[in-house]
Design a protein around this ligand. Structure first.
Ligand SMILES: Cc1ncc(COP(=O)(O)O)c(C=O)c1O
Length: 389
């Protein structure tokens, strides 16, 4: 394991301070429970599972992020406190103003807020399937409809089709959702196609472009959609600190959009981002070395694993993210159950691609465990008939 990413314990410094005063932490004192002798801590079964199912970053926050968050404990009891100017830093990062940013507890919250704001009068959301479902779920939660279109045979999003259905339903459409790169396929929409979509639909329809996996993309045809916001288009781009920066459990994400769109969304947002997370976010944006290390390591492991499966005859969809999809030739639900017996958690069902398995990229050790399990589950590889049995 790379030691730069060894996790420091948040409570370490607090416990040390109590120790210096001759005191022990309240949990150990009050309950009369003695901590176990070093090396005999109870085993946590959570740690045994190779978690390759939720597209997380297996390394967690970098040392610089941990130091920044640990230094922010002193703000825990305050409502107002220095927050490292996180909003300004995010705005500067994209060359926009702070009024163009909405910060949330994860970009999932931003997606939900967008759904509530732009579909509230029974409007419809237009998008593809399979994709990330939060916006569709937000729509369902307020009884708004979704117009969901299939992917093309090469797993790309059919931009002509999205333009066509949006124009045809112009009066009813409140939002167009494009996940780029798409989860679960890992496939990008090119910048040309994003522009074509924006040019092809009425300009007053908001387009949400979810760039959760932006940092992993290498395909030169892809570009962030942020410049379209600066052109004055009705575009909302969402980003997250969960993936490249390893903050999924800490919750930090944001949306970038024209001021009027952010204002429309603001009433639905809770704005519940805590002090530690804000300081973690500031450090993340400045820690370019760690960001590059996570990206390069993830991509190298993704390609090595995907190529191993391709070598056995399996179709692996070329991915621009920290996960890939492989055609198992049998129900992925069965394959997942097999993997669980090996303490490896992978994917979930992504209808209609029910015989494709989504695999998130973990550490080198986790990917070895994945391949060992794979070779036992598929001892004969993929046959010429496309069957894996
Ligand atoms: C495409 C996409 N968007 C948004 C999210 C939400 O991420 P978070 O709420 O952790 O920022 C995810 C998480 O997996 C995702 O895959």
């Amino acid at each position: 394991m790379n030691t730069r990413f060894s996790r420091r314990h948040f409570m370490g410094s607090a416990a040390a301070a109590l120790g210096a005063l001759g005191l022990r932490p309240a949990t150990a004192l009050g309950a009369g429970i003695r901590p176990p002798p070093p090396g005999l801590e109870p085993r946590d079964p959570y740690d045994d599972l190779a978690k390759l199912s939720s597209n997380e970053n297996p390394y967690g926050p970098s040392d610089k992020m941990m130091a920044s968050m640990n230094a922010a404990w002193k703000y825990s009891n305050r409502y107002g406190y220095p927050d490292g100017d996180i909003l300004e830093k995010i705005a500067d990062h994209h060359g926009v103003g702070t009024r163009n940013i909405m910060m949330n507890a994860g970009s999932g919250e931003t997606l939900k807020v967008a759904g509530l704001a732009f579909l509230k009068h029974d409007e419809k959301v237009v998008g593809v399937e399979p994709t990330f479902l939060t916006v569709y779920r937000a729509a369902a939660g307020i009884d708004a409809d979704a117009i969901i279109r299939p992917l093309l045979g090469d797993h790309t999003q059919d931009i002509d089709d999205l333009i066509k259905v949006t124009r045809r339903n112009y009066r009813d459409v409140g939002l167009v959702y494009v996940c780029n790169p798409n989860n679960p396929t890992g496939v990008v929409v090119s910048d040309d196609d994003i522009r074509r979509l924006l040019d092809g639909i009425p300009e007053d329809i908001p387009v949400l472009i979810d760039e959760a996996y932006h940092h992993f993309v290498q395909d030169p045809s892809y570009a962030t959609a942020v410049p379209y916001i600066k052109e004055g288009r009705k575009v909302l781009v969402t980003r997250t600190f969960s993936k490249i920066y390893g903050m999924a459990g800490l919750r930090l994400g944001y949306g970038i959009a024209p001021e009027e769109m952010i204002d429309e969304m603001r009433v639905y947002s809770t704005g519940s981002v805590n002090a530690l997370v804000k300081w973690g976010g500031v450090a993340a944006l400045e820690d370019h070395e760690s960001e590059a290390w996570v990206r390069d390591t993830t991509i190298a492991l993704r390609e090595a694993t995907a190529n191993e499966l391709r070598g056995q005859g399996f179709e692996v969809i070329p991915s621009e993210t920290n996960f890939f999809m492989v055609h198992t030739g049998r129900p992925a639900s069965e394959v997942r159950a097999e993997f669980r017996k090996h303490d490896v958690a992978v994917g979930r069902d992504f209808p209609p691609m029910l015989d494709y398995l989504r695999v998130s990229i973990g550490t080198e050790e986790e990917m070895k465990r994945f391949l060992t399990a794979w070779n036992q589950i598929f001892p004969d590889g993929m046959t010429a008939t496309g069957s894996s049995r």
